[in-house]
Design a protein around this ligand. Structure first.
Ligand code: AMP
Length: 426
């Protein structure tokens, strides 16, 4: 026997037992996004590396060390997308969707980051992303946040809180970066290796440091709030008012900066304590500079992405119980004539009874083995066909979960019975 092929580290198989959670998440998200006017877009997994180095920022963890980048057969540098925003904006520009137009777009799919795999952190993971491009007003920042709050509610997720911050406009952030560099340079001896590297390239990210030995200098660092420009303050106030009016509690977190370079003004994250150290289930913010960075006109935009693995995990942790549907009917057909009749019957029942799940047992096996298989399939009913049934034109119906015994029905009677069983309870 050949040795089994090993799966790739950090890349998961999503098994059938998990499928109902994924399906529920996609269905609820799609429904809600639609209700807020978002339309679905599907974009490639592979893009030119330049899209992400420009779009996400050279000095970010993602671009510096996490991208799956390779030369294709034509020696062009390609990257497996680490997030969707840059690709959605690129698609908008490539297809002329952003020319004097506003677009509310969403997409779902796998993302790739070469991170250290651990619980909740994988190298292939999935996101649902929503982007409102061409929208400057604070109501749209708030709307995206409210939409996600309603999604958690629809999914049965309770243990989650909203953290909120404003990064201000570009000029204010530049002043702030200056102040941070000055402050952290004064404490250079206390910085760990990562932070020392970030000091020159992306000082805001030092605030993100989880290193306990740096906690006190991070806590005493200058806060961005004191640098904010008036328009950004007004914008942020409107966001907060909208959230308050919608009854959505939030915590202001002045150290929330997020890993990507392109954010400005509002940034937010939905965080849980249920999943250990990887507690962010979703995050986003305003990125007014990205469209022009990628070659379009100055265009305001705001968006978020949620991590589907973490959301599914949190649904489970919050006690949401979903099971795979069992078949309704398993066919037990014994003998050549019955096998032939059974195969055709299953097909005609699938057509006649919408939603009916009917499976074949093991046509080549004997009666006992087939009945056992029908029982193990989890089906509620077995249809039984043997020489007698073929001769009489009737079909045996056995309730596998009932007291025993068997009825004998014609095909039209069976169709009526199965349709009734499939009808939703009034
Ligand atoms: P980001 O694009 O980094 O803002 O991430 C948005 C969301 O995607 C996060 O809140 C996480 O829920 C999820 N996420 C990010 N990176 C990973 C990863 N490596 N594995 C699983 N989920 C992730």
């Amino acid at each position: 026997m050949a040795a089994p092929i090993q799966p790739v580290r950090g890349m998961n198989d999503i098994l059938p037992a998990d499928a109902p959670y994924w399906a529920r998440l996609e269905a609820e998200a799609g429904r809600l996004l639609g209700e807020y006017g978002f339309r679905q877009i599907r974009i490639p997994v592979l893009e030119r590396t330049e899209l992400f180095s420009r779009g996400i920022g050279e000095a970010t963890d993602i671009v510096e060390k996490e991208m799956y980048t390779f030369l294709d057969r034509n020696n062009e540098q390609m990257t497996m997308r680490p997030e969707a925003t840059a690709g959605i904006v690129r698609a908008g520009l490539s297809n002329g969707l952003l020319h004097n137009q506003q677009q509310k777009l969403w997409c779902v799919g796998p993302m790739f980051r070469y991170e250290k795999p651990q619980k909740g952190r994988y190298r292939q993971f999935h996101q649902i992303s929503a982007e409102a491009i061409g929208f400057a007003d604070a109501e749209f920042d708030a709307e995206l946040i409210v939409l996600s709050a309603r999604l958690w509610q629809a999914l049965g997720i309770r243990s989650v809180r909203l953290e909120l911050n404003s990064l201000g406009a570009a000029a204010a952030r530049a002043d702030y970066k200056h102040a941070l560099v000055e402050y952290f340079s004064r404490h250079a001896d206390r910085l760990d290796e990562d932070s020392t590297r970030r000091l020159g390239r992306n000082p805001l990210r030092i605030l993100d440091s989880k290193n306990p030995s740096m906690r006190d200098i991070v806590e005493r660092a200058p806060v961005l709030r004191e640098f904010l420009d008036t328009e950004s303050i007004d914008h942020f106030t409107t966001v907060q008012n909208c959230l308050a009016d919608a009854g959505i509690p939030f915590v202001l977190n002045p150290r929330l900066v997020r890993g990507l370079d392109y954010y400005s003004r509002t940034v937010f994250e939905w965080v849980t304590d249920q999943l250990g150290s990887q507690g962010a289930i979703s995050g986003g913010g305003r990125y007014d500079g990205l469209v022009s960075e990628l070659g379009g006109r100055e265009t305001p935009a705001v968006g978020w992405a949620l991590g589907m693995e973490r959301v599914v995990e949190l649904m489970r942790a919050d006690g949401v119980a979903l099971t795979e549907p069992a078949p309704d009917v398993c066919l037990v057909a014994v003998g050549n004539a019955a096998r032939r009749r059974g195969f055709a019957l299953a097909e005609s029942l699938r057509q006649a009874v919408p939603g009916l799940v009917i499976v074949l047992g093991q046509p080549s096996a004997g009666f006992k083995a087939q009945l056992k298989r029908a029982d193990r399939s989890g089906a509620r009913l077995a249809l039984i066909l043997g020489d007698d049934e073929v001769a009489s034109g009737r079909i045996g119906l056995k309730d596998l979960r009932g007291p025993g015994g068997q009825e004998s029905l014609t095909e039209p009677e069976l169709v009526v019975r199965l349709r009734k069983a499939k009808q939703p309870l009034e």
